[in-house]
Ligand binder design. Structure first.
Ligand SMILES: [Ca+2]
Length: 388
């Protein structure tokens, strides 16, 4: 049974890695996951998309959105995360304490245990003694995986974790910080790169350190994701493009991402991202304004935009509104049974200097239905408070 699982897991990863060379990916027809009939022109579809965004925006789930944006977070009630796992809103917490065998039992799939070890490096304000170190040796495998099913799944989920990428780490091809959903749920990763997902079966996204740019951004797959020339192939769509959002190698970083599933038939799904407790991105139906450049949405940018018209099989250039066009929101699913039901921590490094160890540490992972926030420091002792 175990072997069968490993073989299947291996096959799924091969499927993902095979798709990496961009030019070798098959062309994807819009009919594979049609938001609109294929016979509609791009202009009509864009207009319809804007109307959907407007309607969704007019019914924006502001109450839903605002409750967490003003919240201090669950972690504020559990100093150094002590006891946070018992909070009613927390669905999973991993501190990487105890021995490796016990830690592995918390996860449904653990791949390449040989590169994993416990490390004495821990985030500031962490209560523990260890973090998990993945040390991938260049040209000896591609990295490791920790994957867990979140039983039953959730329509709104926050995932917070601390990551530390070594100061001498070489560019990372893909990285998790990955959350997503499969219907039905699978106890191992089944993502397929290079094509939109089936809206009734899957979606996923990671917060990634984007190659040699070392810049945090989303890497998102869903059924309406945008494509690129020359054949409309799709790779993880990104939504930030802020050169100031630099990955600080050698330092611990707190990453928290929120996924809000759409109502079936609407594009009112949302994503939000916090880095070290500061919200750096929030996207939903009607916000922010910006423009598309193929598979990249650039917030705050207006002017000439370009998309790949899947129906006509060509580029289409157009001018945005003066302040940019409102983002249309996410239609992650076409079936309400699809929700957020997995978390996946991994490194995937395909190039590097032979023999060089590319090290990444993970710690203090919390998954919850409410905003979590960064670790809260231990309160100073009364005697320290009184010091001048
Ligand atoms: Ca720990």
């Amino acid at each position: 049974m175990l072997v069968a699982m490993q073989e299947l897991f291996s096959m799924t990863r091969v499927a993902a890695t095979d798709a990496v060379p961009r030019e070798k990916t098959k062309s994807v027809s819009s009919t594979e996951c049609p938001q609109f009939p294929a016979s509609c022109s791009l202009a009509v579809r864009r207009l319809a998309g804007l109307l959907i965004a407007f309607v969704a925006f007019s019914h924006l789930r502001l109450a839903n959105a605002q409750d967490w944006s003003k919240s201090p977070g669950i972690a504020s009630r559990y100093l150094q995360d002590v006891g946070i796992g018992s909070d009613a809103a927390v669905v999973f917490a991993e501190e990487f304490e105890g021995d490796l065998e016990e830690i592995e039992s918390h996860w449904d799939t653990v791949r390449d245990k040989g590169i994993m070890s416990l490390s004495n490096e821990i985030p500031p304000d962490s209560s523990g003694k260890h973090s998990l170190l993945m040390s991938q040796v260049a040209e000896k495998g591609t990295g490791g995986d920790l994957y867990r099913v979140l039983k039953g799944g959730h329509d709104r989920l926050f995932t917070r974790m601390y990551v530390r990428i070594a100061d001498d780490c070489e560019p990372i091809h893909h990285f998790g910080t990955c959350v997503g959903g499969n219907y039905p749920a699978t106890p191992w990763p089944t993502v397929k790169a290079g094509q939109p997902t089936d809206g009734s079966k899957a979606f996923w996204l990671g917060i990634e350190p984007f190659g040699s740019k070392w810049q945090w951004d989303y890497y998102t797959y869903w059924c309406d994701m945008r494509g690129s020339p020359p054949r409309g192939q799709t790779w993880g769509n990104s939504f930030i493009h802020n050169p100031e959002l630099v990955v600080r190698r050698g330092a611990w970083t707190c990453i928290e991402v929120m996924v809000l599933m759409n109502d079936v038939g609407k594009s009112n799904g949302e994503l939000a991202l916090w880095i070290d407790g500061t919200m750096v991105s929030h996207l939903g139906a009607g916000f922010p304004r910006g423009k598309w450049e193929f598979d990249k949405f650039k917030p705050g940018v207006a002017g000439e935009a370009v998309v790949w018209d899947q129906t006509a099989g060509r580029r289409e250039h157009y001018q945005t509104a003066p302040q940019g066009d409102p983002f249309e929101g996410f239609r992650f699913r076409t079936d309400e049974r699809l929700n957020v039901n997995f978390i996946w921590l991994y490194t995937y490094i395909t190039k590097g200097t032979r023999g060089h160890a590319n090290r990444v540490w993970f710690d203090d992972v919390v998954v919850a239905t409410e905003y979590i926030g960064p670790l809260s420091p231990q309160k100073p002792l009364a005697s320290e408070k009184s010091k001048p």
